[in-house]
Design a protein around this ligand. Structure first.
Ligand code: PFF
Length: 440
């Protein structure tokens, strides 16, 4: 069976950036940065993305293109018998992440509805907080939206690589940037917003702690979609003539920029309205409506914002589903349609306890965490770092000549490539093992 290919280099970059840019950058980054002291977190996040993040992204894309296979097959083909389970771990992590990602994706759909009805267009922190908490703890509503979100993702993936994923990314990602810029301008011109700006942009390195490093690294890998085989799968659809270094740099730059813009969009507003910066997962959903309430045409902006957040989430969830579907198709020789339906059904089922654990199933906990938090914790803090260490070791030690051949054809070995090898061989394993040990 011949594998699908991207229609163009731009399509590939936008699809990879679409996978990376999502709830991680727009929903997670602002609240994690806010709880970790702002400026210093931003700086460390940037540093990690540009070193280890770049090296792993290049490694994944090179592996996928060299093997021309999915996450599992690439490890098998290039590394032999001992390695495919690293790919399997990645596929499993995608499945687990997707289950709670789809729940949050569903929230964005619900908030489109709430914007249309106008019920969230207020600057009253209590009303906004109560609305958010009332919604996510409801036993029924979030499940309906979770199902809708999973259904939308399924529809895109069934459309196939080029038609489905590429087209969605090409038109809607640029729209997201423009809208964020408009919202930033409005947020920054609110009285009191400058405190938030300073909080976000002034690094206070006195606040750097082990937990912050761990959070920054976890978020860097999550937001760049690394360590789970996404970039391997997407890399396998890339033609030989596409330079991988330039493409990865674009993907990273766009993702980092989105995080930066999301911080600029949310944090000044948090300070202007006197919200609690460490409010956690509700931060974007609670803060942004207050900004809309202060804008001329606020309702329109609210609808637009949650629509684009939905699109950003969709281009990421599509990549999560695509990795699992691609592996299931190749490994079990199933047609795309059946594989996609099966995986989506599984994801929907697992999302149910995740969603309920925020409300009526709150008392059921393992190690003090409900299902939602447990899935997030196990994937972000344990399985993802594990997959990343193994990926770094695989790329840096086991198959470096293959990767080098993909990245710099003709036996060249420029300085940047030697740096990448060093990051894969030494820096990434040491840093990421540090995270794992800290988390355990
Ligand atoms: N990078 C996506 C985001 O930040 O929202 C989430 C994600 C997608 C993580 C795909 C991992 C992944 F494999």
């Amino acid at each position: 069976m011949s594998r699908s290919q991207w229609g163009s280099r731009l399509g590939f970059i936008l699809a990879a950036a679409g996978s990376a840019i999502g709830l991680g950058a727009i929903w997670k980054f602002p609240y994690v940065a806010a709880t970790n002291g702002g400026g210093a977190f931003l700086f460390i996040y940037l540093l990690i993305c540009m070193t280890v993040g770049l090296a792993l992204m290049l490694g994944e894309m090179a592996l996928g293109r060299a093997a021309n296979s999915n996450a599992v097959g690439s490890f098998r083909q290039l590394g032999g018998r001992a390695w495919p389970w690293v790919g399997f771990t990645g596929v499993l992590v995608c499945f687990l992440i997707y289950s709670f990602y789809s729940v949050v994706g569903g929230w964005t759909i619900a908030y489109i509805g709430k914007s249309l009805s106008g019920s969230i267009l207020t600057s009253d922190a209590k009303v906004l907080g109560d609305t958010f908490n009332g919604f996510i703890t409801d036993p029924v509503q979030p499940l309906i939206y979770h199902g809708l979100f999973a259904g939308l993702t399924l529809a895109v993936v069934l459309g196939g690589v080029q038609k489905g994923i590429e087209n969605l990314s090409k038109f809607l990602m640029p729209a997201l940037f423009v809208l964020m810029l408009v919202l930033i301008v409005r947020g920054l011109t609110l009285p009191g917003a400058m405190d938030g700006l300073l909080y976000f942009l002034t690094p206070d390195f006195g606040k750097v702690t082990g937990t912050m490093l761990v959070d920054a690294m976890g978020l860097a890998f999550f937001s760049l979609s690394l360590g789970m085989g996404v970039m391997i799968t997407y890399g396998s659809y890339v033609g030989r003539d596409t330079p991988l270094l330039g493409s990865s740099l674009w993907v990273i730059a766009l993702t980092v920029m989105t995080c930066f813009l999301a911080g600029l969009m949310v944090l000044p507003a948090v300070f202007a309205f006197g919200f609690d910066p460490s409010a956690g997962p509700g931060l974007t959903f609670i803060t942004m409506p207050a900004v809309f309430a202060q804008m001329a045409g606020g309702q329109l902006f609210a609808v637009l914002f949650f629509c684009l957040l939905l699109v950003a989430a969709l281009t990421s969830s599509v990549s999560l589903l695509e990795v699992v579907v691609s592996a299931v198709m190749d490994e079990f020789k199933l047609p795309r349609r059946r594989a996609a339906l099966l995986v989506s059904a599984g994801v929907f089922l697992l999302g149910i306890p995740a969603s309920l654990s925020l409300g009526i199933w709150r008392e059921y906990t393992v190690f003090g965490k409900g299902v939602f938090d447990l899935l997030d914790y196990i994937t972000s803090n344990l399985l993802m770092p594990l997959g990343e260490v193994l990926l770094a070791v695989f790329v840096g030690w086991r198959v470096w000549p293959v990767v080098q051949g993909e990245l710099a054809p003709g036996g060249r070995n420029p300085l940047w490539l030697r740096a990448m090898r060093g990051f894969c061989r030494y820096l990434a394993p040491v840093l990421i093992l540090g995270i794992l040990v800290h988390n355990l």
